[in-house]
Design a protein around this ligand. Structure first.
Ligand code: HEM
Length: 436
């Protein structure tokens, strides 16, 4: 298979570490939809051909597990929580967590998401007419939302500390994932020692949180923590799921919101259309608003997730030999899939870099090359939660403000961390709407 040669890899190692996404993008541009990396041992392939992507993540998902460097790095912090788990116990945990994302529960969380959004919006009022970095505020909203969904409580005490510790740990995981030659966890490198400390802190605070809830009485309650307690999982497994949800559930939503607000500021007509649609259906805007109620708003969200999918890479490893995109691969092959690259494939999306929500108003167009939430059995459990939250936050922000680009605007560069963030934040001009 075509792909970079080992000499090239040696030369570009620093570039891969500092901006892995741009490196993947260059590999795709140079070698096409299927490329092999010259790493020692089992094959590592970049697969960007839509049938191959669907085969690995969905069609033959049973053959493709999560025993990869990416998820091993994550598991150093989350343990075998839902996202990192390569074990068959994954399905038991998924079933235990699923009711926390059922419609009725999401509907109730909606009120709290709106409160969190209102708080952020009112904080901006002192700066109306000026430029405000919206990234920290949407991060706070997303954190608040996921905290409430998990603990149905404000993020004070142990819950707050757990979020703080998870954030810290997520940063270390990113660094670990970039160490291309994996160093075993027992070697006392500075990073390994910091990871060990982070994991210990997470274990302590999540243990406290679980103990506090257990002390409250017979039933755990209907939030995620309560459901996991009632499902009979042991404290270690519950802890891993809490940490997983915090890491998987807030940076991703915050990043998508920041990019969506940017795209709306860049496209005033699209912005006014979202504002008008949301304003015309105040009674119906909720976490569960249906696509048919808000077709334009949902198309904008879908298109923003196409151009800036926060989860920029997923990976799998084959248990048995298989055929991917017409190529036979042995057992133990690692496949890297990047929604970012898939969504920018000119063969699937005409004029792929253009922001054009209309694409999503056409039934089925391009959908075979669209996977912001993954595909198949490991599809994101928080998908509806995330989309509902985005719609609610947009409804509050756009009801209060018009968003514009600051003078001399250049788009922030992307920065691939756990999610792809705008580097240096998202400074936009806020103008209070008439009557607010
Ligand atoms: C899985 C993306 C929000 C929790 C995934 C996967 C993707 C993804 C691509 C699949 C990973 C793979 O196949 O290897 C996103 C994006 C989000 C988002 C783009 C926001 C825009 C959330 C939220 C939560 C969450 C809000 C929880 C509150 C999870 C979990 C998994 C997962 C637990 C693992 C599911 C399993 O394997 O059973 N997410 N996610 N995500 N996500 Fe999300």
């Amino acid at each position: 298979l075509p792909g970079p040669r080992s000499q090239d890899m040696a030369k570009v190692l620093p570039a891969i570490r500092s901006d892995p996404l741009s490196y993947l993008q260059r590999v795709r541009e140079e070698y096409g939809d299927l490329a092999a990396f010259p790493v020692p041992g089992a094959a590592v392939l970049l697969v960007n051909e839509p049938d191959g992507v669907r085969h690995v993540l969905q069609g033959n998902a049973r053959n493709w597990g999560k025993e990869t460097i990416q998820y091993a790095a994550l598991a150093r912090v989350t343990g075998p929580g839902l996202l990192a788990s390569a074990e068959s116990s994954w399905i038991t945990h998924r079933r235990a967590a699923a009711p926390a994302f059922h419609h009725e529960r999401l509907d109730r969380i909606g009120e709290q998401v709106l409160d969190a959004a209102d708080e952020a919006v009112s904080e901006w009022s002192a700066h109306a007419g000026g430029t405000v970095d919206l990234a920290p505020a949407v991060l706070r909203v997303a954190l608040d939302a996921v905290g409430r969904a998990l603990f149905s409580a404000d993020l004070s005490g142990s819950a707050h500390e757990l979020v703080d510790a998870s954030d810290d740990a997520a940063r270390l995981v990113v660094r670990l994932g970039r160490a291309l030659l994996p160093i075993p966890p027992w070697v006392p490198t500075p990073l390994n020692l910091r990871l060990r400390t982070a994991r210990r802190r997470l274990t302590t605070v999540s243990g406290q949180l679980i103990a506090e809830r257990r002390a409250r009485g017979a039933s755990g309650g209907d939030d995620l923590l309560g459901l996991l307690i009632d499902s009979g999982l042991d404290d270690g497994a519950i802890r891993d799921e809490l940490i997983t949800m915090i890491i998987a559930g807030h940076e991703t939503v915050a990043a998508s919101l920041a990019w969506t607000l940017m795209l709306l500021a860049e496209h005033p007509e699209a912005q006014e259309r979202v504002h008008a649609e949301l304003a015309a259906h105040p009674g119906r805007v909720s976490m569960l608003s249906h696509r048919s109620d808000l077709p334009w708003t949902r198309a904008v969200v879908d298109e923003a997730l196409r151009l800036f999918p926060p989860a920029w890479v997923v990976s799998r490893r084959s248990h048995r030999p298989d055929t991917v995109s017409g190529v036979d691969v042995p057992a133990g092959t690692t496949v890297i899939v990047s929604p970012w690259l898939l969504h920018r494939r000119e063969e699937s999306w005409p004029d792929p870099l253009a922001f054009d929500p209309e694409r999503f108003l056409v039934e089925g167009a391009g959908r075979t090359a669209y996977a912001p939430f993954g595909l198949g059995p490991r599809l994101c459990i928080g998908r509806e939660f995330a989309i509902g939250e985005m719609v609610l936050v947009l409804s509050r922000v756009l009801a209060a403000y018009r968003l514009d680009l600051p003078a001399g605007w250049t788009r922030p560069r992307h920065q691939a961390r756990v999610a792809v963030h705008p580097q240096g934040g998202m400074p936009l001009v806020l103008t209070r709407r008439a009557g607010r």
